[in-house]
Design a protein around this ligand. Sequence first.
Ligand code: HEM
Length: 531
Amino acid sequence: MSFLSILSLCLSDWISILSALLVIYVSHFYYKYFTRPNPLPGPIPIPIFGTLHIIGINPRVWYIKNIEKAGSVWEFYIGHERNIVVNNINYAEKLCKPSKRIFKRLPFPAFERIGLNHGIFFNNEYNSWHKRRRLVIRALSAPKFLRGLVISVQNTFKESENIWEKSNLNGGIEFDFSKWIRCFLTDISTLQTTKQRSYSVATLNPNNDLVQSEDIKNALKFSAAAKKFSDSLGFFAFVPPFMQDYVPGFTHYRKSCERNIMFLNGIVDNIINKRRKELDEGAELDSDLLDHLLIAHTLKDPDSDNVENVASISAKEVSVLTWDILLAGTDTTGNAFSFLIYFVAKHPNVLAKIHQEIDKVLGPDPTVEFTFENIDNCHYIEAMVKESLRYILMVPYTVKLSEECENIAGYDWPIGTKFWIDHHSLCHNPDIWDDPETFNPDRFLSKNHDGSSEISDSQKITFAPFGCGLRGCAGKFVALTLLKTMTVMLFRKYNIELVKKDEMIKYRYTALNKVYDLNIRISLRDASSSS
Ligand code: HEM
């Protein structure tokens, strides 16, 4: 027998073995699928891809076409993993109970490599999550921080105004608002968490006259590295670790991302250590988030009458929390504000009420500095922000993993079942919300604030733009404060129109609803109303 015939025999043997394995795998996959407990409606999966080829990554795609069939609970597959989607208020209420039983998020083991599992968002270890969440909530709700935030937004906004004023504001200037707001919030959150400027808005303008000092060059390097970090999260979340380690292109990318993260952590650690030393030596407390994180629960905490003086937070912990806050707070708030601008531009009656309230609370001068307390008195603007968050949820699904058996929809589900709460459908359920497809901020305006209705219990349960249960958003109050402050800054002085008035807003779902190409025309409010 020649070598070639042995080789060809071996090859054909291999092919037979592989084919047999494939047949066993596919048969096993479909055996498991067709004998699964509690079968629910949903697209039929294929091995490896699950239902990706039918619904992509957004479960709404199948749901909208199959509403009748799907009912209030249905299923889809990611690979061989089964996921249950619930649209029913009673099931959602059960899964949203703040209980240790329903605590874990979908695990992303590869995040361990970049340290993201040790902060809050991706941390599935209850005790360390609990300690860190308390620290963050304490820092984010400190009155000095919130007051400082409102001022910081106004100061950062003035930098954009200076750029706009160099152009022809009377004639109106056009730009992609979704890009601008991302940069604006990057500037705000970098300043709050690291005390550093990121110059994101300034670099949006190709003719920027940034003096290329060493400090500015370093800040720009930091911003570019932070953007690379944020862009690499999808890779660490979804590319399996063995591919990251052994497939050449992936390995190269992983190594470059890890070097990038080391570079960023080095800078952040230096900033934290330097600031900690300054505070220990008696430096005055700034209003930013970094200082509030460093002193939360210590004797220096000015807002606590009941100081616990828990062992002070380590630099490593502050660093990991800094990334959590930057990653969880920037894109969510930016996209929420893009949607809000779109809704207001489409509803002149809403804009008129916003103007009325701004003029009443802040007076006619559109340049006067305002405070957190002023913002707190803008009840219509708050209602409008909430309606905007109801109409389009930035995070339309939250995923709950139960650590005990759950009875949902009359079925018993095993530990670890992945339940997707469809918050979007719940916020648009006509049995719960009157005329849910109409953008109507008044529905959130209580009788105390010139409104006519009170939000019902079912509405309270289903209105969850910030998620629900133990893992609900830690920055909810900050997000509302930012959205209200930015609304006042933009609408009190400027007139905002959509460049393509009849075009629908463009956005795509990638765990978050992300807006793109939101082209607006901005001009001075007085100039346009007098024309
Ligand atoms: C409009 C803006 C925002 C929206 C729509 C939003 C929404 C959410 C949602 C839906 C979750 C997950 C909740 C769950 O799984 O049930 C979440 C978690 C979180 N958010 Fe936000 N968020 C926003 C802004 C912010 C801001 C400004 C910060 C920080 C300053 C922040 C910090 C966090 C953190 C740390 C978590 C993780 C909580 C945990 O796992 O315990 N978010 N957010």
